[in-house]
Design a protein around this ligand. Structure first.
Ligand code: PLP
Length: 394
């Protein structure tokens, strides 16, 4: 006997991972250069040199303390450095006690959801949404309630959210800049959401938490503003990660910041620590906690993604594809050429184009195209996109 749900999750990998695995196998079969793999969000720009320099310098330090456990919430100096950076960048009095180091945004969200819900509660996500949210919400014994984004701008739909929030709602997860659509939530949208949550808190007599998943915070184009969510809504938990901003997804490092402006911050901080403990995390990787402290203000290399975005959007527009112009992150949300996104993705596969069907993001009829890949792959993929279009439109 094994746990049925866990077996299901393991036996059927996510659509993204499945396509990524197919791509690896296909590349081995026909050569890397012949497969146009737009499946996964693995950053294509290398981590900054500062990361390597910091890691090498740290490795000269005494091994016992360097590789030992840290306190569950993280190395105190690292938390202080991050709190100081939040304070400088976003003008909020962030205290180190409110920072909890994690193994990336995935753990940050899983921990945050467990910390602020009871089994049976509802957690709202805005569709299309990162598919793993549902897994983490259900692991906490809660129900994932999908509320479609406002179309065509893919900002939160305040009326639809108002209708979805009820007596069992405990949290709303937002992701800006957004995977998969690339939308960045405007200050006006966030303020409207904050007003709604405050009104509903008063109406329902319970706390409503905003879980802000922001691994793409720094990856934005054309200088667009990414408001700091705790400055707009007090009851916010920021789930941050260095996977994308510093291209370190394999090192598993990020943090949760429990807003100091929350009236029950101390209680939430303790619940976060408790959830991290219950989920078996012990502490985040100590070497990389220290690397992060040394690189806390290191800029992200957005220029490469901006060039990829221009190449892909111009190429696909010229071929007649319809898509959402991304304001941030490194994904393009492209309208499938038929209603069934899975069939469209399968037909794209025949042209060696690996495009993730939208169904697992909670909506039909689209595909997600990750452009955190080699520029040359995007250039060489255009004839395949053209052939796919011609197959449908003649
Ligand atoms: N949230 C979103 C929206 C993501 O796109 C990802 C990864 O692609 C994650 C969370 C998980 O990131 P991490 O590697 O930091 O766990």
């Amino acid at each position: 006997m094994v746990n049925e749900r866990m077996h299901g999750l393991g036996a059927e990998p996510s659509a993204i991972r499945e396509l990524f695995a197919y791509g690896m196998a296909r590349k081995a079969e026909i050569g890397d250069e012949n497969v146009f793999d737009f499946s996964i969000g693995n950053p294509s720009v290398p981590a900054p040199d500062a990361v390597k320099d910091a890691a090498l310098a740290l490795l000269e330090q005494p091994a016992v303390s360097l590789h030992g456990y840290s306190p569950a919430s993280g190395v105190p100096e690292v938390r202080a450095t991050i709190a100081d950076s939040i304070c400088r960048r976003f003008g909020i009095e962030a205290s180190p006690e409110n920072i909890y180091m994690t193994v990336g945004a995935a753990a940050s969200i899983a921990i945050s959801v467990s910390a602020v819900t009871e089994p049976g509660d509802e957690v709202i996500v805005i569709s299309p949404y990162f598919p793993e949210y549902k897994v983490w919400i259900e692991t906490a014994g809660c129900t994932c309630v999908e509320v479609p984004a406002h179309v065509p701008d893919f900002q939160p739909d305040i009326d639809a959210l108002a209708a979805a929030i009820g007596p069992k709602t405990s949290a709303v997860i937002i992701n800006t800049p957004n995977n998969p659509v690339g939308a960045v939530y405007s200050r006006a949208s966030l303020e409207a959401l904050a007003d709604l949550l405050s009104t509903k808190e008063a109406e329902l007599g319970r706390e409503l938490y905003l879980i802000s998943d922001e691994p793409y915070r720094e990856i934005v184009y054309d200088g667009i503003e990414v408001p700091y969510v705790p400055n707009v809504y007090a009851r916010t938990l920021v789930c941050y990660s260095y996977s994308k901003s510093l291209s370190l997804p394999g090192e598993r490092i990020g943090y949760i910041y429990v807003s100091d402006r929350m009236d029950n911050a101390a209680q939430v901080v303790a619940a976060v620590a408790g959830a991290g403990r219950a989920l078996g995390y012990i502490c985040a990787p100590v070497l990389f906690q220290r690397v992060i402290a040394a690189c806390v203000d290191e800029p992200s290399d957005v220029a490469s993604y901006a060039a990829n975005r221009a190449l892909l959007t111009e190429g696909l527009a010229a071929l007649g594809y319809e898509f959402v112009e991304p304001q941030g992150a490194f994904y393009l949300w492209v309208r499938a050429l038929e209603d069934d996104a899975q069939t469209f993705s399968d037909r794209a596969k025949a042209h060696e184009l690996l495009l993730v069907p939208s169904d697992s993001f909670g909506v039909g009829g689209w595909v997600r195209v990750s452009y955190c890949i080699a520029r040359d792959t995007i250039e060489r993929s255009m004839p395949a996109f053209k052939a796919l279009m011609e197959e449908y439109r003649g």
